[in-house]
Ligand binder design. Structure first.
Ligand SMILES: *Cc1c(COP(=O)(O)O)cnc(C)c1O
Length: 370
């Protein structure tokens, strides 16, 4: 028998140290294991209403062309996005989920000598893509669960090539003001690329309008990432995009695979973009569900981190993992966030009214018996 440890020693150093992203089990498998029939999943910030009708119809029509390679330039989707955001198509990079954009940025801009600055409690993919290319992660302690922009700026050195910011942040849901962000990006050296991850921007519901796209004119080192996985309900198809200067888009397009988006995804995303009715329904369900959950937490005497996204992290004032497991046994999947250094919190994705109700009932039962 050969020694398989040799194989591990052959992987590049960063990959040897990597802890893979932990995905949940498929619902059907859990139902089988737990002997349950009606599991609800409030764990991955998906759209509880599903995709819109227009997206589903577009998928149906695109089925006829499945034998052909997809349009590798993403022509139609890029043009729809360009029109929506008043940008040029050459400022857009399409990805297999916005996760791929994050990875393309890391591959295109990082080497093992360079550093990447991001916040504690920030999205789990930032350390993964950083480490996979052997670069050094500089993690800045959070401020009130969110990004401490001042400390992040102070951590920038001549080795820094990349900064990741999630706004709203996952899993905390914290939101930075547009003014503080604009100032932060403006203060970065030209030699630092700033990734502004806006996976949840459609849910942002404040008096402030998100105007980050307007900053692209003055910040050639900025890339904004967005996705069809959350508000548009297409997580299973994997479509995300980057909005940037044409120069950054050109660089990312050099490293991406020629057919990184499949044809059903391209068709569905373009149709989803034109389905404002479904988007509005989604946002309104989210607003109501957020209120329903936080009122539930309040009556249980629990505190939560105010969230601008489609999820909320609740402080159980005790280890979250056993509560997560108890919820699982009652058929409710949520997300433990111990791996985000939030061991006493659980992150709950906003579901339908009925799903939120089932979750609150299960949580109430469990907390009455601990
Ligand atoms: C969900 C999420 C993404 C997007 O994931 P994709 O499905 O790959 O588009 C990106 N950033 C954050 C912070 C997220 O929570």
């Amino acid at each position: 028998m050969k020694n398989t440890n040799t194989i591990y020693s052959l992987a590049v150093a960063g990959v040897q140290q990597l802890i893979p992203y932990k995905a949940g089990k498929p619902i059907e498998e859990l139902e089988r294991e737990l002997g349950l029939t009606q599991i609800i999943k409030l764990a991955s910030n998906e759209n509880p209403l599903g995709p819109g009708k227009k997206a589903l119809e577009a998928i149906q029509s695109a089925l006829a062309e499945l034998a052909l390679y997809p349009d590798g330039s993403g022509f139609h989707l890029k043009h729809a996005l360009a029109e929506k955001y008043a940008l040029n198509a050459d400022q857009i990079t399409l990805g297999n989920g916005s996760n791929e954009i994050l990875e393309l940025v890391a591959r295109a801009f990082l080497t093992p000598e360079l550093e990447v600055v991001f916040s504690q409690h920030a999205f789990a993919v930032y350390p993964i893509v950083t480490q996979a290319v052997g670069a050094t992660a500089v993690v800045i302690p959070a401020l009130h669960y969110g990004h401490d922009l001042e400390a992040m700026l102070q951590a920038v050195t001549e080795k820094t090539r990349l900064v990741f910011i999630a706004n709203p942040n996952n899993p905390t849901g914290t939101l930075l003001t547009q003014a503080s962000l604009e100032q932060f990006i403006g203060a970065l050296p030209d030699t630092v690329v700033c990734v502004l991850d806006e996976a949840y921007f459609e849910f942002v519901n404040t008096v402030e309008t998100v105007n980050s796209i307007g900053w692209l004119k003055k910040f050639p080192n900025l890339i904004i990432t967005r996705t069809f996985s959350k508000a548009y309900g297409l997580a299973g198809l994997r479509v995300g995009y980057g909005l940037s200067s044409p120069e950054i888009a050109d660089i990312l397009n050099r490293v991406r695979q020629p057919f990184n988006n499949n044809s059903l995804a391209l068709a569905a995303a373009k149709a989803a973009l034109a389905d404002d009715e479904h988007l509005q329904r989604t946002i309104s369900n989210n607003t109501q569900g957020m209120q329903q959950l936080t009122e539930g937490f309040k009556s249980l005497g629990l505190e939560w981190i105010p969230s601008a996204g489609n999820f909320v992290s609740v402080d159980l004032k005790r280890a979250g993992q056993p509560i997560y497991e108890a919820l699982l046994r009652k058929g409710v999947i949520v997300r433990p966030v111990g791996n985000y250094e939030l061991p006493n919190h659980l992150r709950i994705s906003i579901g339908t009214h009925a799903e939120n109700e089932l979750f609150l009932q299960a949580l109430t039962d469990i907390l009455a018996h601990v």
